[in-house]
Write a protein that binds this ligand. Structure first.
Ligand SMILES: Cc1cc2nc3c(=O)[nH]c(=O)nc-3n(C[C@H](O)[C@H](O)[C@H](O)COP(=O)(O)O)c2cc1C
Length: 175
């Protein structure tokens, strides 16, 4: 797929076909994460790949919005350092968001669906993944072949109108 097509085809997929993802595809998705830019190139992230069905099921219980993790072919946990400084937390959050989107676009390019999931119960997550106390999981990204329909560029995505969100030169726009 062209990058432009992958960007337009990506959507949050929450129901996956019971089919594994080829190891080379998983590697490419993780490599996309690794190549993501980060604040001062500090790369304060680790990516934990989970494919074991029972572990996926347990991961899906860390947050009400994480149910789709249970049926995914694989899920990547984005793990970063615990830090109380507000500016540091904001910058790590930005980095994690970028890594998420890198993976999602790389997945869409391969026709693989992806879905975000937040984390509520950090203690449970730490136990399931064996994370040390100085690390926390920021987000989960579930992956798998879409069960409903293949990813195709969308003509009319569920988004605010272009002229509503784009401001030219100044907030009030050019009109
Ligand atoms: C920061 C963030 C957190 C999200 N958390 C969840 C979540 O916990 N569970 C979930 O199913 N979707 C989650 N989503 C997915 C959004 O609901 C989804 O991207 C949005 O509804 C647009 O969907 P679409 O891209 O398929 O159009 C999250 C997305 C973002 C960017």
């Amino acid at each position: 797929m062209e990058t432009w097509d992958a960007l337009r085809a990506r959507r949050d997929v929450r129901v996956f076909a019971p089919r594994p993802i080829a190891p080379c595809d998983l590697e490419r998705i993780l490599e996309a994460a690794r190549r993501t830019p980060s604040s001062r190139n500090r790369q304060r992230w680790d990516f934990v790949l989970v494919t074991d069905r029972e572990r996926l099921r347990r991961l899906s219980t860390v947050f009400s919005g994480a149910h789709h993790v249970a049926g995914s072919a694989a899920t990547v946990a984005l793990v970063g350092p615990v830090d109380d400084d507000e500016w540091t937390r904001r910058s790590i959050a930005y980095d994690m968001g970028q890594a998420t989107m890198s993976m999602m676009v790389a997945a869409a390019d391969l026709g693989i669906g992806s879905g975000h999931a937040g984390v509520g119960d950090q203690d449970l997550l730490r136990e399931v993944l064996g994370l040390p106390a100085d690390r926390e999981c920021h987000w989960l990204v579930s992956l798998g072949h879409p069960a409903d329909r293949p990813l195709r560029p969308m003509r009319f995505p569920d988004r605010r109108a272009f002229e509503d969100v784009v401001h030219r030169e100044r907030w009030e726009g050019d009109g």
